[in-house]
Design a protein around this ligand. Structure first.
Ligand SMILES: [Zn+2]
Length: 284
């Protein structure tokens, strides 16, 4: 038993030395950048290529990604007029915030600062953005909807209209969705009506009955990190997405493309960035 422990300790020590050696080599050969994570407030460092990975955990301490830090940066700019670290946000428990399947990495601190609720499609607290209950309208000072709208069944106009409805006057939505430079958004299933996902010999297929009663079967499905509601329904074009947001009534539409290296926000030019948009009703 003692020998066994000794071997384990030696193996652990060897692994640690090996990691240290590799990190030292990496830091001398790769473009390491130091930054203060604007979510946990800690000073971290990572190679530039890792920081620029939109979905790559790059804060050593909280695991935040470029997308998460950019969401908090956009939220801070819109609510406070400057980019603050989340741990330095003034306590604003009177402000009502809604998340749509937000990451716990920033949802948890948001819930301590604001009257914030993270909502989900499949579990409580529930929010189905294509069918909102009247009591939820005009309630939110801010909404975060990040990488959700590519999963919502068509027609997508209804979801954008409801996003607008959920906000109070002067409220802001921090939004993101994967997009590309193209003329139009590619809708994978434009005629969805009654549909279900079936499993046939280990392969998932989407079977849809259109309004006209036609049966469609799709077997080239793309899921994001799971199944069911994470099915990718479309690939937005950047210009169509911005146009759609404007058509829903949003104003002050801002595309947050600027880098903020001190907070580990350094964009690759092809990455879909964060968008903020406001509801401002002239008549009020
Ligand atoms: Zn962090």
């Amino acid at each position: 038993m003692e020998t066994c422990l000794k071997i384990l300790r030696r193996a652990k020590r060897f692994f640690q030395l090996r990691m240290k050696f590799m990190l030292t080599r990496l830091s001398s050969h790769r473009d390491f950048r130091k930054f203060r994570c604007n979510i946990c407030g800690k000073v971290s460092s990572a190679p530039l290529s890792i920081i620029q990975g939109r979905e790559t955990a790059s804060c050593y301490y909280c695991g935040s990604t470029l997308r998460f830090r950019s969401i908090i940066n956009a939220l801070s700019l819109e609510l406070f007029g400057k980019s603050l670290v989340l741990t330095d946000f003034p306590n604003s428990s009177e402000l009502v915030g809604l998340g749509m399947s937000d990451s716990e990495i920033y949802a948890e601190p948001l819930s301590k600062t604001f009257k914030y609720t993270n909502t989900f499609y499949h579990r409580s607290p529930e929010l189905n953005i294509v069918s909102i209950v009247p009591g939820m309208k005009n309630q939110a000072d801010f909404i975060i909807s990040s990488d959700v709208f590519e999963h919502i069944p068509s027609p997508i106009e209804k979801a954008f209209a409801n996003l607008y409805e959920l906000l109070k006057n002067q409220g802001v939505c921090i939004f993101s969705a994967p997009y590309r430079t193209a003329d139009t958004t590619e809708e994978y299933f434009p005629d969805l009506f009654h549909y279900k996902i079936v499993d046939e010999n280990g392969k998932r297929k989407l079977v849809n009955k259109t309004k006209d009663g036609d049966i469609q079967v799709f077997d080239d499905l793309r899921f994001h990190g799971g199944s069911g509601s994470t099915l990718e329904m479309r690939f937005f074009s950047r210009s169509s997405l911005l146009k759609r947001i404007g058509e829903a009534g949003f104003v002050k539409i801002k595309v947050h493309e600027e880098d903020l290296p001190e907070y580990g926000i350094i964009w690759d030019k092809n990455s879909p960035v964060i968008i903020s948009m406001s509801k401002i009703e002239e008549s009020l």
